[in-house]
Design a protein. Sequence first.
Length: 442
Amino acid sequence: MRTVLSPYLRTAALVATATSTAAVATAATTATATAQDRDRPLDAGFEEVYRVGGVAAPDWAQFTRPGTVAFDGSGNLFVLDILAAEIVVIGTGGQLVRTIGGPGEGPGEFRSAGDMVVWRDGRIAVADMGHGAYQLFDPAGELERMVSMGADDNPFAGMTTMRTAIRGAPDGGSLFAQGMPNVLGGLGAAMAEMMGMEMEEPDRVDDRGIEQLDLSGEVVAAETVLQAWSPPSEPAPEVSASDLMNVSAMMRTAFGQLTHYEPRLLWDLLPDGTIAYSDSSAYAVRLLAPDGSVRAVLTRPLRPERVTPRIRAATIEQRIEDFQGEAGSVPEEARGLMDLMGGDVMREGIENAPFFDEIPVITRIRATWAGNLWIQRRGEEPWSDSGPIDVFGADGRYVGTFAEGLTEMPNAFGPDGRVAFVELDEFDVPTIVVRTVPAEVR
């Protein structure tokens, strides 16, 4: 089963990881497409192709912390192992093809690789915060060049260019990227101030926006393509240099921006460059075409549940329990700072966070290789992200639903119906499993 971190642990890990990193360095019309009221059951008996990893794996498949996994057009699977600081390329039969990168300071080596994009022709872009650049590799795994994330030479400037998620654009020369919460940009500026440096915060989108990043030059050029709806909220507080001397205060600042059940910007990129996204608690997935028009809205007649006093109390209790149980899943490079925070700050943040007035229906959106959409809903419990998965075809037609518990959302979709899952055993040892799914849901 895959581990899904709670929003509080995600925030804590992001702040801790950012701090340690810086210190080291398709529908045919515009009408709404409404699906039927009742779920049409889908079978999740996917055929297994291969599995690699686990306790008895060969050295090359002893993954430490798999991050992004992605397929190329030939069906090879690329695995970014964050702790090992390398990319493992796995062939169509589960054999090792090559490894790329490795820990180091030089070009082509990874200082702090956090995300990766693989284009269909096998080229790769790696977001390396340690280098403050995107490293671009050719299909043979050789470094082509590096593209700076920003023109500022300040070592902390990279924190203002961190991204929540990146996707490879169909043109092969740019990325689509979701921004980071504003509080993290303020953190970078505060760290620069503490070191006696000046840093001009760039004009960028936050985690409610998506930019297209042009990689053709020496420095990334960003253009905003989507600014999603944002729930009413207070402006992000300023982070001062003195805050950095108090880890608990820093975490209180970060937690102050969290709201239980606040709708997140969920999105993925379709093969033609259309962005499928949800930004509210309703079941509404908008398809933003490359020309900027919303060409369809996919809906189902499923309404968000109102937050009641009982749900509030149960949610707080569950979030605290989740945090305590998930603390071991924090990246190793961030654990030192996490230990300094203690449990009291976390508990305080969870207990004092406000609530959105209803629980979002949608929890994840993923686009398949052929242009279908897998849309995951909340589970039976209000706080569960792993509920049923609805499948919509490339024409906007509702195909059916995988019932809750039948399948996890795949970590990657590839050609010929291949999907990849990262599974963890009881000791959190990862295994990567590749299966094929039926033609109607590819």
